[in-house]
Design a protein. Structure first.
Length: 273
């Protein structure tokens, strides 16, 4: 027996040739505890015994706002390109984020489109003085390379604009070697850590900059795929549709008022001799 330090959502742990291997909950796929578990297997484990979730939209850089769903994973742990919830299906990227409208079961997803750029945006709690930018950059770069085992060349930038911290992870399929962890898995582990729901076994992340603990009010992750997502107007949320309708009505009303005003003025203008 052994403990899977990098994934608490496992069972049947055993040591093979000095490496701790465990079965991922919900799928039974064996995972190597010396590295990160794929996001697809982690989502499946989290959904075990829970209700199925959903997914949402945006444009070139889009946010996953659908929540959890019970994914279909390949034996390697990666997401299957086509995901379904009953008779409703959609296509996903390598981060498991929906990139098309929802269709019936006849939907074709010809390939698993790669997410090449992940933007993690965090907002820290209100404070008088800004954080030391260099200390902040060093902390996040060290954490991502050591805790999440991501090669530093995939960390494109760490930007601080008080109170926002933005981390860019970029990883093309041509750059990624077989032994490298995927930026989608890193982002998932990181987001869980920041939100206080760590996947690591008894090893919470404490964000400390210059010996000061940092609290976050909001964390959002955006995804950019190598092929643009395929959303239509039909997938717009009711709230966004309502805003568009109100704007159109306001423009029409303004035009009507303008026309009526000009007509009224025209009635009382006297011709000069």
């Amino acid at each position: 027996a052994c403990i899977c330090e990098k994934n608490k959502r496992v069972t049947n742990c055993r040591r093979i040739d000095g490496v701790c291997w465990c079965d991922s909950v919900g799928s039974g796929v064996s995972v190597n505890c010396n590295t990160l578990t794929s996001k697809c297997l982690l989502m499946k484990a989290e959904m075990t015994g829970s209700k199925s979730g959903r997914r949402e939209k945006p444009k070139e850089a889009f946010e996953d706002t659908d929540g959890l769903y019970d994914p279909e994973c390949e034996n390697t742990g990666v997401f299957k390109a086509k995901q379904c919830n009953g008779t409703t299906c959609w296509c996903v990227n390598t981060a498991g984020v929906r990139r098309t409208d929802k269709h019936d079961a006849d939907l074709k997803c010809n390939q698993l489109v790669r997410t090449t750029w992940i933007i993690i945006e965090m907002k820290h709690a209100e404070r008088d003085a800004p954080l030391n930018t260099e200390s902040l950059k060093k902390f996040f770069k060290d954490t991502i390379t050591k805790r999440y085992m991501l090669d530093g060349r995939y960390i494109s930038s760490v930007l601080y604009e008080k109170p926002y911290i933005t981390i860019d992870l970029k990883q093309n399929s041509s750059d990624k070697s077989s032994g490298d962890v995927d930026i989608a898995d890193v982002a998932y582990y990181f987001e869980k850590d920041v939100k206080g729901d760590s996947i690591f076994h008894n090893n919470r992340l404490n964000v400390s900059i210059d010996n000061e603990m940092l609290q976050f009010e909001k964390t959002v992750v955006y995804y950019v795929d190598e092929i643009a997502p395929e959303f239509s107007m039909k997938s717009l949320t009711p709230g966004l549709i309502a805003v568009i309708v109100v704007l159109i009505l306001a423009i029409v009303a303004a035009i009507v008022v303008l026309v009526l005003t000009r007509r009224r003025k025209g009635k009382y203008v006297k011709a000069e001799v």
